[in-house]
Design a protein. Structure first.
Length: 218
């Protein structure tokens, strides 16, 4: 690894390459064989209970819900004296929202119209904004929480991953996205998360928020 390149830089680059590969398939075809196969697999679990779960996960990864979570976490960070962390939390949500808007406008993919599609949405389909929201916000919240409770890092990371995967799957289950939209959202979200995580590390190095250090800083 060359000097000056952080792991987050490499992670962002890898995620962008994955996104580019998915974007190429979207440009070439409206729906791919991968879309058909994955959508059929997700719908195997279709049931009334599955409908409720999918709608719940979708709501949790929506723009308003993830904004509320980010703001609540930022307020908690401010209360703990971590002003820079609070700023990164809010800036991370805003950067992701901008990326979602720009990428959707760039590709303009028409949403799927299927027998089980729950709603005809006017916004472009690729990439999935909910998938990006889930990766960036849940991932960033896990990263911030892990700094306060380092022993829970694995559990927090697993929870964030499960929520992101569930939110992405819910969009396919509800018929409002192709699977490649969600995979593209995961890849783009991972790139944004890597960059925001690098900013978080620069703003508040690990251990900088311990009470004894804050007391000495005063």
């Amino acid at each position: 690894m060359s000097a000056g390149r952080s792991p987050w830089t490499w992670a962002a680059g890898a995620a962008l390459l994955a996104f580019a590969a998915l974007a190429a398939t979207v440009v070439l075809r409206e729906a791919t064989a991968l879309d058909v196969a994955l959508a059929s697999f997700v719908r195997l679990g279709a049931s009334p209970a599955g409908d409720v779960l999918a709608r719940t996960l979708t709501a949790a990864a929506s723009g308003p819900a993830t904004l509320a979570l980010s703001l609540a976490a930022a307020v908690a960070a401010l209360a703990g004296g971590a002003r820079r962390t609070a700023a990164v939390l809010v800036a991370g949500w805003a950067a992701n929202a901008l990326a979602v808007h720009l990428l959707k406008a760039l590709f303009g993919r028409v949403r799927p119209v299927l027998a089980y599609t729950v709603a005809a949405l006017p916004t472009p389909s690729f990439p999935s904004g909910h998938a990006m929201n889930a990766v960036v916000v849940f991932g960033l919240l896990a990263a911030v929480a892990s700094r306060r409770w380092p022993r829970a890092r694995v559990a927090l990371t697993a929870l964030a991953l499960a929520l992101a995967l569930g939110a992405g799957a819910s969009r396919v289950y509800l018929g409002v996205h192709y699977p490649t939209d969600v995979l593209g959202g995961f890849a783009a979200g991972a790139a944004v998360l890597a960059l925001v995580s690098a900013a978080l590390r620069a703003a508040e190095p690990p251990g900088a928020l311990r009470p004894d250090r804050r007391a000495r800083a005063r």
